[in-house]
Design a protein around this ligand. Structure first.
Ligand SMILES: NC(=O)c1ccc[n+]([C@@H]2O[C@H](COP(=O)([O-])OP(=O)(O)OC[C@H]3O[C@@H](n4cnc5c(N)ncnc54)[C@H](OP(=O)(O)O)[C@@H]3O)[C@@H](O)[C@H]2O)c1
Length: 321
């Protein structure tokens, strides 16, 4: 019993020490430039407004002109917007050249690779290689391209790279390119963290669970599934059965209702910590589903996770299970 209390005391002390250490923030925020991608909506949009309020010099990269205009209206004069398509190397290079002139000798304090897409998503045999390539171009190649384009500026500032992956970069409960692209981000993140450590550059990965944004809009996801279904050859439709799509929709609605969190600040708070804490973490897993469901599942034997996921998913008409 005494040994148990002694251990409990040590663990509690360690948590208090970690909490105290993690409250420390970097100084001179008004001298620090932070480049965020995908700022038109969702996490990126909220993060830029939050960082702007905290006093950082935000360079908000938007995909659309509307996104830029709306952000400018609600932000301070410090915030600057730039047009960016992360899947287009020319656009990435143009943004990097502009950022280089803006940050000057100070360098760039942080880049947040947030831009991402979740469509097209569906069972893998409903998709083409072009479907995979188009998502990987944004979610993975975009992250790598943007990072490389500003890495010299980040090394100059001994700054940070923050990569937004997903808990689905740790486990793959559904088909299609999303998990593939996010596993790639995790891998890029981990090798970059090691390579940049000698230069004093810190690299952090954000792995959110389900949050209510465009990426998890069930109407959009269902429309995408309907489109994929409509273009399937008849023999594949026959294998799945005419009611497969409706069963899939029901499962999707139920799962998203159960898991989707509307408090985006849980994710934005982690992003902000990764940027502004003196001692940032290497990984953040915002969302109760990420912490208590997906991550624990990712450490379980494959035979268990496969059984659980298969139990929970609709079966094709000719299923042998
Ligand atoms: N929501 C979740 O549950 C969740 C969970 C885990 C990870 N994530 C990740 O979090 C990140 C942010 O997503 P979100 O949930 O905030 O969804 P979101 O609102 O759709 O944000 C994604 C942003 O990326 C932009 N974008 C799309 N394609 C782009 C391109 N080629 N170049 C530049 N920007 C582009 C979008 O612009 P438009 O709006 O103009 O298309 C949008 O502003 C993504 O990487 C996503 O995979 C989300």
């Amino acid at each position: 019993m005494i040994m148990f209390l002694y251990l409990l005391g040590l663990v509690s002390l360690w948590f208090v020490y970690r909490w105290w250490k993690e409250t420390k923030r970097v100084s001179n925020k008004e001298d620090k430039y932070v480049y965020v991608t995908g700022c038109d909506s969702g996490f990126g949009n909220l993060l830029t407004k939050h960082l702007d309020k905290l006093g950082f010099r935000v360079i908000a990269a938007c995909y659309t002109e509307k996104g830029e205009d709306e952000l400018k209206k609600v932000s301070s004069d410090r915030l600057m917007t730039v047009h960016l398509d992360v899947a287009d190397s020319q656009s990435v290079g143009k943004a990097a050249a502009l950022i280089k002139t803006v940050v000057g000798e100070k360098g760039l304090w942080a880049v947040v690779n947030n831009a991402g897409v979740s469509l097209p998503s569906g069972p893998t045999d409903w998709l083409t290689i072009e479907d995979f390539k188009s998502m990987i171009a944004v979610n993975l190649c975009g992250v790598i391209d943007v990072t490389l384009s500003v890495l010299p500026l980040i090394k100059k500032a001994k700054g940070r790279v923050v990569n937004v992956a997903s808990v689905f970069g740790r486990i793959s409960p559904f088909g299609g390119p999303y998990c593939v692209s996010k596993y790639g981000v995790e891998s890029f993140n981990d090798s970059l963290r090691l390579n940049m450590a000698p230069f004093g550059v810190k690299v952090a990965c954000i792995e959110p669970g389900f949050f209510k944004t465009n990426v998890t809009d069930t109407m959009v996801l269902k429309n995408n599934l309907r489109k994929l279904w409509d273009r399937l050859p008849q023999d594949v439709k026959d294998d799945y059965g005419h009611d497969f799509l409706e069963k899939g929709f029901k499962g999707l609605e139920d799962r998203f209702k159960l898991f989707t969190d509307s408090d985006l600040m849980k994710v934005v708070g982690c992003m902000e910590h990764a940027i502004s804490a003196v001692y940032p973490r290497t990984r953040y897993s915002p969302g109760w589903d990420a912490k208590f469901l997906w991550l624990p599942l990712s450490y379980m034997p494959t035979c268990i996770t496969d059984r659980l996921f298969l139990l929970d998913s609709p079966k094709p008409k000719i299923s042998v299970l």
